[in-house]
Design a protein around this ligand. Sequence first.
Ligand code: MD6
Ligand code: FE
Length: 207
Amino acid sequence: MRADFHFPDGFRLLPEYFSRTEQETLLSLVRDGVKAAPLYRPVMPKTGQPLSVRMSNFGPLGWITSKEGYRYGPCHPVTQKPWPELPQCLLDLWEKQANWPAPPEACLINYYDHKARLGLHVDAGENAVNAPIVSVSLGDQALYRLGGPLRGDPTRSLRLSSGDVVVLGGAARHCYHGVDRIYPNTSTLLPKGGRINLTMRVVGRNT
Ligand code: MD6
Ligand code: FE
């Protein structure tokens, strides 16, 4: 059925990259982060339709969406305070796996409850369009879908589990991807269930 799908160059899945203990440490860092910069429900540009995923950020810049459009900005859109610092263990992951000469400037925190999903998209808001994006999954498993550079290209679905790392570099950086569903009760990491995804990005100069 999906015989015509080839994993794009630069796609890497590192299953169980983080041990349970490391996942617990990461979770407590995320908790500290969202205490300072609460998760909020972003809206789609133009329509103002709320996304089902709730978001926050770490790092000098954060990815923000509003009715006016997508952008990166230094402050939380509700509290107007700077985003919390990017945790060192995430910077270490970037250093080891990104194979990129500059550090990430933004780390988007996505929280999915059991009903949340994320439509197929390409991350294209960064000026550094060729820098990889490194992502970490925590909590319940997700059905992740990866396609090609065109919306209609064949796709392949894979399950991401807690502690898994995905790198979208090279050609994969320009490929459609999304989250079709969350599988409830597939991890004990988050006491109330759900899934957290962290994505580190280089934003690049705005010129
Ligand atoms: C998610 N991830 O796993 C959504 N984007 O919840 C992404 O949208 C993503 O995993 C860019 C690079 C890697 C990703
Ligand atoms: Fe993405």
